[in-house]
Design a protein. Sequence first.
Lengths: 517, 263
Amino acid sequence: MSPSSASAPWLTVRNGQCVDQAAVPSVSSGGFAEHVVSARGRGGRLAQLFGRRTPEGGVMLYAVVAFDHAGVLELCRTPVESRGGEPPAYPCLTAHWPAAQAFEREIAEQYGVHPLGHPWLKPLRYHATDNGAPAPWGAFDSSKPIPGDYPFYRVDGEEVHEVAVGPVHAGVIEPGHFRFQCHGEEVLHLEIALGYERRGAEPLLLHPNAARSALVAETIAGDASVGHALAYCAALEALAGVNISSRAAAIRGIALELERLANHVGDLGALCTDIGFLPASAFLGRLRGEFLSLTLDVCGSRFGRNLLRPGGVRFDIESELAAALRARVAGLQKEVQQVLDMMFAQSSVLARFEGTGVLSHEQAEDLGLVGPAARACGCRRDVRCDHPLGIFRFSHIPVSVETTGDVYARAVVRWLEVQRSLEFLLEQLGAKPEGRIFQPPGALRPNALGVGLAETWRGEAMYVAFTDDAGRLSFVKAKDPSIHNWFGLAQALRGMAISDFPLCNKSFNLSYAGHDL
Amino acid sequence: MLKILTTRWKQGHRTTRFPLELPTLPPRFRGRPVLEPARCADGCRACADACPTGAITTDGGLQLDLGRCVFCTECVDACPEGAITYSTDHRLATRRRADLVLAGAELQLADRLADELHALLGRALRLREVCAGSCNACDLDTNVLNTVGWDLSRFGIHFVASPRHADGLVVTGAISRNMHHALRETYAAVPEPRIVIAVGACAISGGPFRGSPDVCDGVEGLLPVDLYVPGCPPHPLTLLDGLLRLIGRIQGKAAEGVDAVVP
């Protein structure tokens, strides 16, 4: 399997690269689906599919297909226009490549573009279209208050019952609605309706105050601030043609892995909470906070806010601070190891994790999963390894893979990643790379697009940033990895007991805010 | 079993002694901003222009609205005179929205609930959290208070699953249009008397998302708020300090030194 040959209508770009918008090859809207789906046959993965309004009032669709083993992305586009009074439409991809399902719903909801033949064409986030055109399911009615008015898939039959949960849940968590079709304890089907966290983030990424734009990128999914900021900076630095120093790159890497550690350690603890194994739940809940405190020491924010900006980082890790952090990381390594060794040695823990919420490798590939959820199904993909940028070009973190696709696999992948991130931190906090931590990025290249990817702790975040002829940002497409994975959670629940839902949900731990934007 | 016990023994006791002792905060921690308007050059509005959330105004003297502030230091970098700095003072919560506007004078920290409410809720406060368009950071750092490091329940404060069992709401997020209805319904389901606590810049003013047509710019005007906890997100210590002031376990002014702790 290899990327396309030079003659094919695809443009090859790399993470952190910028190209002229006009260089992205255009195909006809009628042949778009076939063209994009053919990339799957060459080993491609659908990384992003999005629409953008053209100055002429039409909509341009862009597909970004990742060839992870070759470390490249391929881009193509197609214009969709309304003809003869009919709404704008194109033959859908989803029927042939399920990974496109959420993206095509997003496009339909944003611009009223019909993906013909889409098998699951329903609202994604509940809002009016950007251009006032009616969505395929009808015009948005703002007088209807909530996204709960939704055409749920429904199973009928004797003893079949329905369970509705959310948007306000029992715990202190984000809002979403879960609708279960059950037969006794068994879940026949779970449908997840989101959109409650919709804040309209993408237009704010174009805010004339650059600090506001970066702040919005950091708060698209607030528990993955560093990961999002990293992808955002990569896209903007590509447009500005700025190379950050190795010192800034190392500090970014340290912040990214601290974020991963806090979340993975917290998730492993939360998995234990959901199965009632309270010792590990209590220990890991506290240890999560220790990693947040390390980030606080670096930049004054437990969530790494205000650290990464296009051009570098705003806070240095001087040798004294590096030594202090390194000593604390070494201590935490012992503590975490001790608790996780104890946890994974408990037969009661393993009995609840193993065989729960299984997704097959084929399902994961079909749905285009990313991050630990994909790696738990044997999909070898990790931006740090496949599309390395910054420090990850020089310091390689092995990809952690499991094969069973169950809660156990998703826990083990996190455990392995915790160990590898700790080793990375010990190495990086001992190194003393040179360079200025920040240099103003300067003017952006006009009429160009820049692409930035980062492996957040949940998986691949992506920013595609467009400029106009004056070199101002004209459109930014943000992607949180969760948009790939929510459908995976729904599929993993089929045939499970409904009481396993909290455990399965936590094993994915997806972002509602990141999905809803 | 033996392994669990050994690990338990090695983990030791890890709950902070706050409010009797203050946990150490690192030098880069950004707490209450300190304004020195005397340093401002005439007509200079560098800080106001740099602020990403419009928290600073300079017309009629330097003012900083903690309800909008995301504690990002853009103003510190922009000011040529050093008129704005961040202290490591974690105490930020207030009872009134207007008290969040800093103008150089002392910050009017939250005082205790009124006598009748205090008698009812001072020793047992049950809260229902509603996340309504947050990025999840406020929610996560609210949850942190339930970990063994903070052990919120020792103060009689608990987060509960049902609004029917709650004495009040903790609201996070800019109040997305899509959560507006659910928030109102949840509030209606809390029996009276009830309180509302707005946590984070989003809930107080819309934060980074202020002005977006998809949000209501926070809870102001939608629900009556009893406690404002600024930050993006607030440090757990800031939130805990605010809660303890509300139930009268900490009393005192924003002056330097240790506040009075009520046993």
